[in-house]
Write a protein that binds this ligand. Structure first.
Ligand code: PMV
Length: 354
């Protein structure tokens, strides 16, 4: 029997939405009820590293997440694997004497090992980096000849927010209008160099797993929240245009106003859901008050905040100087009681901590 293994490793950062995705119009294909916009973090922080391997010695597809084997039988994994396999190309490694034809990929099995360098499922968008990395590394291994937007439509079927992690910088996920989801893809609005003054600080308020998954939370909101209907139809379309303008012009005041209002409306939708969903806690609320007061006292906004499906604060400082002041403020008002109590991850430039 042939004894060879072919491997590819990729690293993908997570992304943080500044205009949130919340609610699906199609749960199977993962099609959203509104457009969303995010910023992708630096590749070295909060990322997933995934190695994919193929060998004739493997007898079935298997996956390990943070060292523990997990099941691939769920439809999200199956959809991604199927879509990627159907686009596989010919692969040749002359040195190793390996030749894999398009059709062979249907018979060959994969081993996948994935690691997150941050808490899984604590509202730090671990699935976003995870599925983006899975699809990207498989596409490289199988020589899939598709641009990142096409790959984003595949990653979307693993986790909606994952489609936005295939690009760096500022990214828009357009909801699309086609039933098959082929136009529900991510596009880059601006690359990572466009607005590199910004410093993102993530205050980990709690690294516990969230109680309501985004999947069931979204389903309940779509079924019961009138505010969600209003938000998707009347609010987000205008906000998306304003946010695109703010990003284009590096207009921090508008950017902050839109980011904070949108985060607050997303959490209002959660409260408007029956039964209500609480993702933020007292500490989250105190961080919001602190930032709001600071922005007001300065006359012009210094820091934007946004919260996903969990209590952790994502804080976006207008520049390094403000980031240092923000960190000092956080450590003063929220002195860490223990290592796990509250850790601040500085994303973008570690030297700030020194
Ligand atoms: O892609 P999911 O199912 O993990 O949902 C993500 C939802 C939010 O993080 C709350 C918002 C967003 O746009 O990322």
């Amino acid at each position: 029997t042939e004894k060879w293994v072919l491997m590819v490793t990729a690293q993908t950062p997570t992304n943080i939405a500044v205009i949130k995705y919340w609610g699906k119009r199609d749960e199977v294909r993962i099609l959203p009820v509104n457009d969303s916009i995010s910023v992708t973090l630096d590749p070295d922080h909060l990322c997933t590293v995934t190695t994919v391997a193929v060998s004739p010695a493997f007898d079935r597809d298997r996956m390990w997440l943070n060292g523990k084997e997990i099941s691939l039988s769920g439809s999200r994994y199956q959809n991604c694997l199927r879509e990627i396999r159907s686009r596989a190309g010919d692969v040749e490694d002359k040195e190793k004497g390996i030749k894999i034809g398009k059709e062979d990929w249907k018979k060959l099995h994969l081993h996948i090992a994935s690691h997150n360098n941050f808490p899984t499922a604590a509202g730090l968008a671990s699935s976003a980096a995870g599925f983006a990395c899975l699809v990207f590394s498989l596409a490289k291994l199988m020589n899939v000849d598709e641009d990142p937007s096409h790959l984003s439509a595949i990653a979307r079927q693993g986790s909606g927010s994952a489609c936005r992690s295939l690009f760096g910088g500022f990214v828009k996920w357009t909801m699309g209008s086609k039933e098959d989801g082929s136009d529900s893809v991510a596009v880059q609005l601006a690359d990572e160099k466009h607005w590199d003054d910004l410093v993102i600080i993530i205050a980990v308020v709690s690294s516990r797993q969230k109680e309501t998954s985004s999947t069931s939370g979204m389903r309940e909101s779509v079924e019961t929240s009138l505010l969600l209907q209003h938000r998707a139809k009347e609010v987000v379309p205008k906000r998306i245009l304003q946010m695109e303008e703010a990003i284009k012009n590096r207009d921090f005041a508008s950017f902050t106003q839109l980011t904070c209002t949108d985060s607050n409306q997303f959490h209002a939708v959660c409260l408007d859901t029956s039964p209500p969903i609480f993702y933020m806690n007292d500490t989250s609320h105190r961080i919001i008050s602190l930032v709001e007061k600071w922005n007001r006292s300065e006359g012009t906004p210094q820091v934007a905040y946004t919260f996903d499906a969990g209590p952790n604060a994502v804080l976006i400082a207008r520049n390094r100087k403000v980031a240092v002041q923000l960190l000092q403020g956080l450590l003063y008002y929220f002195p860490p009681k223990s290592d796990t109590d509250m850790k601040s991850y500085v994303v973008g430039d570690n030297s700030i901590l020194k």
